[in-house]
Design a protein around this ligand. Structure first.
Ligand code: SAM
Ligand code: SF4
Length: 334
């Protein structure tokens, strides 16, 4: 017997329906804003949720807690060998959620058709530069060609619209917004810029080095006519703009300068089974220990509800007492 269906609500009237699941904290790139070149202290293998545990938690979310969307992320989700199987199992759940993935695109060329067949609905590929030398400097790996091949394969597999996530950094790729948009339009990808957030383990983020949304839009406007595209933004974090009066759009996610916390509908599960109510939360609820101690689905759902009800009204990056979360983005699941 399952508990009565509840909602992952907090004290500020928000209800989480969008679940981000990190399937690994490891990665095959070292994006400078995310991971140090030497990597991180990876989670111990036995602390990582098994496929069965991941599917069980997602099933509880979907069946009992109103989750409608599931996004697999990491670390790099494609380096988990069972990722296609996971997508398939989640897509086949009763009351199946929409299933999405955020990936750096490496290896996507090979698995895009299987992912589409398994039931993946949407994909976001991260790409910050189109220049091979910059890509190597930025990610510490010479893999631009793999990412481009992955994007093309995703499109061919019908995972449309394929979205691209780009982070601009001052003095590194801040001049590339127009080129990235031209590339996205030429290939029918949907581009979204994301402001860099203070989530790097090296604690090198600074407001001065972040390229803010206004600046990104100014640099695009020197080459394109942008008109607001979204009548109904809802909980979607990207502000969308139509480009040159066409059907092509570009999005800007101003997480830092124009926080959308008031409309946030996200809940997160880390690779080691912690539920987090916010990227920037400084607390977590330990669902893994509960699950491994033999908790019922109802007990797990209660713990998840409790954690979400404690969600803070906003991430507080602008507050003088703001502290980065203990875990970096790659361990939380971006
Ligand atoms: N490895 C996959 C990828 O890169 O797409 C999934 C995980 S990654 C943490 C998810 C997204 O977070 C990527 O688009 C990445 O660019 C973004 N990201 C990582 N660190 C960030 C930061 N400090 N600020 C803003 N976005 C960040
Ligand atoms: Fe890896 Fe993604 Fe972080 Fe880049 S942003 S280091 S690809 S987890």
């Amino acid at each position: 017997m399952s508990i009565e269906r509840k909602q992952l609500a907090d004290h500020y009237g928000r209800v989480a329906t969008d679940l981000r699941v990190s399937v690994t904290d490891r990665c095959n790139l070292r994006c400078t804003y995310c991971m140090p070149e030497q990597g991180l202290d990876w989670l111990a293998k036995d602390s990582i949720l098994t496929d069965e545990e991941i599917v069980r938690l997602i099933a509880i979310g979907v069946r009992d807690l109103g989750v409608t969307d599931v996004r697999f992320t990491g670390g790099e989700p494609l380096i988990r060998p069972s990722i296609v199987k996971l997508v398939e199992q989640v897509a086949q759940l009763p009351q199946a959620p929409r299933v999405a993935m955020t990936t750096n695109g490496i290896g996507l060329e090979l698995v895009a058709p299987s992912l589409a067949e398994a039931g993946l609905n949407r994909i976001n590929v991260s790409l910050d530069t189109l220049r091979a030398d910059r890509f190597s400097a930025l990610t510490k790996r010479d893999r631009l060609a793999d990412v481009l091949a992955g994007l093309e394969a995703a499109k061919q597999a019908g995972l449309n619209p394929v979205k691209i996530n780009s982070v601009l950094m001052r003095g590194i790729n801040e001049d590339e917004a127009p080129d990235l948009l031209r590339f996205a339009i030429a290939n029918d990808y949907q581009l979204r810029f994301i402001e860099q957030m203070p989530l790097d383990p090296m604690h090198q983020w600074s407001r001065e080095n972040m390229v803010p949304a206004d600046e990104i839009l100014d640099s695009l406007r020197q080459h394109f006519a942008l008109t607001p595209a979204d009548d109904e933004r809802g909980a979607a974090p990207a502000e969308l703009w139509n480009v040159d009066g066409s059907n092509h759009s570009v999005g800007v996610i101003a997480s830092v300068t124009q926080p959308f916390c008031g409309a946030c509908d996200r809940t997160r599960i880390t690779a080691d089974g912690m539920v987090r109510n916010c990227l920037f939360a400084r607390r977590e609820g330990d669902l893994k220990t509960l699950m491994r101690a033999g908790a019922t689905d109802d007990q797990i759902a209660e713990a998840w509800l409790n954690e979400m009800s404690a969600k803070a009204p906003s991430h507080g990056i602008d507050q003088p007492n703001f502290l980065q979360p203990q875990r970096p983005m790659s361990a939380i699941g971006g």
